[in-house]
Design a protein around this ligand. Structure first.
Ligand code: DP6
Length: 367
């Protein structure tokens, strides 16, 4: 597939109005995307667990209008929101060529998250993927005229998912990994044949039962605004002294993870996942300008997890996004003991004692 394959020629049906609604989950990267080229092309491949409960629910109501410019309103959790508008405007501009109906309608975008607002959890992955899916449903109703695209749209769920992921990527890179579950790869990598820089693909390799219902408890260490936006963050990799090594390491880690997912070797899983998290932060600490996004409590939690692993034979591990919050990952059979450990030893490091329990999920669904 190339970008051209996502450009429809024309639509064969007209719609005056309508509405569509999708729930789309967040995801947590095991091998991290950090650094991008023009047009949201990643510098290295990444793989993530799709989450189950942390979702954005978005309804788009569309009404036919004179084609002139983009026209939309956004409501976040019931209230009109102006702050999100520039990001959506940019998104529409980027995807217009692939969604030529965008200027023909006024869109009312109503969105809400299942996780608390200002929890410090990035909602761009779930938010952008939910919008992309809504737009795909609208496009599907307009049914394409071109032979190739029409048969693809009607017959192939995989084209729908691919284009939804392709569009979501243009909104926010990591959003392209939120369409499907349970594991999604984004970025061309030799060990994963179907992988692409243009969209995320469901990981079709063997997955050991150790990873079934894998748990992710998100410890909210800092609920404030992100200190470094992802746009600024990715730019830090331009001219970064370790960029080349890092990008090739991500390729190696993804190939290794593929083997680990098949074998179920959780000791090796822990090593890759924690190393990836610390490498991401190491990149931020060694860029110009440099940042430390971990907080003292992030380190306290990491040390507690390491101590717990030493004194038990637990396979619990952590990963981090570009912030201070800690994702605690563990197999389902350790659920009880780890929740006990979290309550007894980690909650005191969370802001207002807040944490969110989630697990690996199956992807977005239409409502
Ligand atoms: C650290 O997807 O938020 O979470 O493409 O600029 O929207 P944009 O970036 P974004 O970057 C996420 C980076 C990360 C790692 C990851 O999810 O792979």
């Amino acid at each position: 597939m190339t970008e051209q394959d996502f450009i429809p020629k024309s639509y064969n049906s007209t719609l005056e109005n309508g509405s569509v609604k999708w729930a789309s989950p967040s995801n947590i990267a095991l091998v991290k995307y950090w650094g991008k080229k023009k047009d949201q092309i990643p510098e290295n491949p990444s793989i993530s667990f799709t989450l189950s409960d942390c979702k954005t629910i978005t309804e788009i109501t569309f009404t036919k209008k004179e084609s002139a410019d983009f026209s939309f309103d956004i409501y976040f959790e019931g209230e009109k929101n102006e702050a999100f508008k520039p990001k959506i405007q940019t998104f529409f501009e980027r995807i217009e060529i692939y969604m030529p109906f965008l200027k023909d309608y006024h869109f009312k975008i109503e969105t809400s998250n299942t996780f608390p607002h200002s929890s410090g959890i990035a909602s761009s992955a779930s938010g952008m993927s939910a919008i992309a899916l809504c737009l795909m449903s609208i496009e599907q109703s307009l049914s394409l005229v071109t032979e190739r695209s029409r048969s693809d749209m009607e017959e192939s769920q995989s084209y729908f998912n691919q284009k939804a992921s392709f569009l979501a990527r243009l909104g926010s890179g990591s959003a392209c990994r939120s369409i499907e579950g349970e594991l999604v790869v984004w970025g061309k990598n030799e060990s994963i044949e179907a992988s692409s820089d243009l969209y995320g693909v469901k990981f079709e390799g063997e997955v050991h039962s150790n990873f079934k219902n894998y748990q992710d408890t998100i410890l909210l260490v800092d609920k404030g605004e992100k200190q470094v936006s992802s746009t600024v963050g990715h730019q830090l990799m331009y001219g970064h002294p370790f960029a080349k090594e890092r990008f090739s390491q991500a390729h190696d880690n993804l190939a290794k993870l593929k083997t680990i997912l098949a074998s179920g070797d959780l000791n090796e899983f822990v090593k890759i996942v924690e190393s990836e998290a610390l490498t991401l932060h190491a990149m931020m600490m060694t860029s110009i300008p440099y940042f430390i996004l971990m907080k003292p409590n992030t380190l306290e939690i990491i040390n507690k997890i390491w101590a717990y692993r030493q004194k038990t034979d637990s396979k619990v591990c952590f990963t981090l996004d570009a912030g201070a919050n800690v994702h605690v990952l563990y197999p389902e059979n350790e659920k009880e003991s780890i929740l006990e450990f979290i309550k007894n030893e980690l909650v005191s490091y969370c802001q207002n004692g807040h944490y969110i329990c989630d697990q690996i999920g199956l992807g977005a669904n239409q409502i």
